[in-house]
Design a protein around this ligand. Structure first.
Ligand code: GLU
Length: 485
């Protein structure tokens, strides 16, 4: 096989196996490949590695594509599916056999298993003996033609393989750790390392950026690239991502999949920004960046080799920062899947603008907006205790009267009226504002009260204020408000 022409622009790929949904680690791998391709005017390729029939879950492919699209990691080529490319692997295996770079091995599964057991008993790692190498070509062809089952193995070179990893540094793999591994199973099915390398060669991949868990496979890949007649790509292996407890990030840490973070109300731009910083930094104390800004600054040299910690609190903080800048109309659209009260778009936009500074996720913001839905069904007992005293109901009725007369119905006019009322009664504004807040929200917490009243509207606000008045007049009961009267 002829080596591919030196690519002038880099070509990178993200090659997920659809055995699980897109994990944060996978998202980071995709992102770094994407950023490198964008930074250098290269090509970002998406390849689905779906040849592991037993572990594959085809329904996950769409979910992975959807998660990547949501993060903004669009691809220039693909998605290629390895399951559509078996001919390519078959041809490559035939070529390696013909060129004497691979050979057929006829051991039965029982023989291999016995070898493994013996190694286990001896306390050593199993290595294939290489016996198949000695079978003359004519004999090998004859046995294959006669239907004897065989696997195809690569002739590993007996030399140290050196990988100058762009992140992990120089890694040396002496020949005694590697054996002649299987490329093609006896049923003709190509194995993982083989299809990866055949595709990387065919797709003219120049840089392989992936998790450090693949580093141990890399000498096999280097040997395969050479056997296939191609220059190996540059490798960059990324450190692990750990949870707060120092263990590999997983579902146990609350969430580990992109879809889970999406469901928890994180914004794609915040998540992708946060994920970028798991191992890379542009230098200085710069943290908040758009994809385009990151693409302009990205360099593999600034990726550290060590594991990174996933700091959920920091992600939540960053998300809160992003949340403040999303245009209100888009925010309303983003909130729809989390449930929105039945209000018109203009009211919802004013509502998000009012509440977002107190929220860090879409889930929190959607929670805050429920105040625009049904009237409170209970009142905070602490609030009732504090404001359930005689006179509050009357105060609330007076407030309702004044608010009803506010013209225009704006927070400034409402506040003016409330201040005047408090002054007349000789009480502090807070002593009026708090029971009103309780009436409107059922709690003592809310965004600035008069803005809330303005957005809630006169009808809803006054109904709720009068409902609490009636409730208090009726003696409080079980904390459940009555109809307004
Ligand atoms: N399909 C592999 C995985 O999902 C990636 C292989 C590679 O990047 O070389 O882990």
């Amino acid at each position: 096989m002829i080596a591919p022409p030196m690519a002038t622009a880099p070509r990178l790929r993200f090659a997920p196996s659809p055995t699980g949904s897109l994990h944060i680690g996978g998202a980071r791998t995709a992102l770094y490949n994407w950023l490198y391709a964008r930074r250098h005017g290269g090509t970002f390729i998406l390849r689905i590695e779906d040849t592991d029939v037993e572990r594959n879950r085809p329904e996950l492919v769409d979910q992975i594509l959807e998660a990547m699209t949501w993060l903004g990691l669009t691809w220039d080529e693909g998605p290629y599916r390895q399951s559509d490319r078996y001919d390519l692997y078959r041809d490559a295996a035939a070529r390696l056999l013909a060129e004497g770079k691979a050979y057929r091995a006829f051991e039965t599964p029982e023989e291999i298993e016995a070898g493994r057991k013996a190694a286990e008993l001896a306390g050593t790692a199993y290595r294939y003996s290489g016996a198949g190498r000695a079978i003359p070509k004519e004999e090998s062809d004859r046995r294959a033609a006669a239907g004897e089952p065989f696997v195809v193995r690569l002739k590993m070179p007996s030399e140290t393989i050196v990988v100058e990893d762009l992140v992990q540094g120089r890694c040396e793999f002496p020949p005694d750790v590697l054996d002649d591994f299987v490329l093609v199973r006896s049923d003709g099915h190509p194995l993982y390392h083989f299809s990866v390398c055949v595709d990387d060669v065919a797709m003219e991949i120049t840089h392989v950026v992936r998790g450090v868990d693949h580093l141990a496979n890399t000498p096999k890949h280097v040997a395969l690239f050479r056997a296939l007649g191609a220059e190996p790509p540059r490798f960059a292996h990324l450190g692990m991502i750990l949870g707060a407890d120092g263990k590999k990030l997983s579902k146990r840490h609350g969430a580990a999949g992109v879809e889970e973070f999406r469901a928890q109300g994180f914004l794609p731009e915040a998540l992708v920004n946060f994920v970028a910083l798991l191992g890379w930094s542009p230098g200085g104390d710069r943290e908040r960046m758009t994809l385009e800004e990151m693409a302009a600054l990205f360099s593999i040299e600034r990726i550290g080799p060590s594991p990174s910690r996933f700091d959920h609190e920091k992600l939540t903080w960053l998300n809160g920062q992003y949340l403040q800048d999303v245009p209100a109309a888009r925010l309303v659209a983003l909130l729809a899947p989390f449930g929105l009260p039945g209000r018109d778009a203009a009211t919802l936009e004013r509502a998000v603008a009012l509440h977002r500074s107190r929220c860090r996720t879409l889930v929190e913001l959607a929670g805050a907006l429920t105040v625009y839905g049904a009237d409170p069904s209970t009142y905070d007992p602490a609030g009732l205790k504090k404001f359930g005293k005689p006179g509050t109901a009357d105060l609330l009725r007076s407030f309702a009267e004044r608010a009803g007369a506010a013209a225009p119905f704006t927070h400034a006019v409402l506040e003016e009226g409330a201040r005047a009322l408090a002054a007349e009664r000789g009480i502090k504004l807070g002593d009026l504002a708090q029971p009103v807040r309780l009436a409107l929200t059922g709690t003592l917490a809310s965004p600035p009260l008069f803005e809330l009243i303005e957005v809630l509207g006169a009808e809803t606000s006054l109904r709720r204020v009068l409902a609490l008045a009636s409730f208090l007049e009726a003696g409080g009961g079980d904390g459940t408000p009555h109809e307004a009267s």
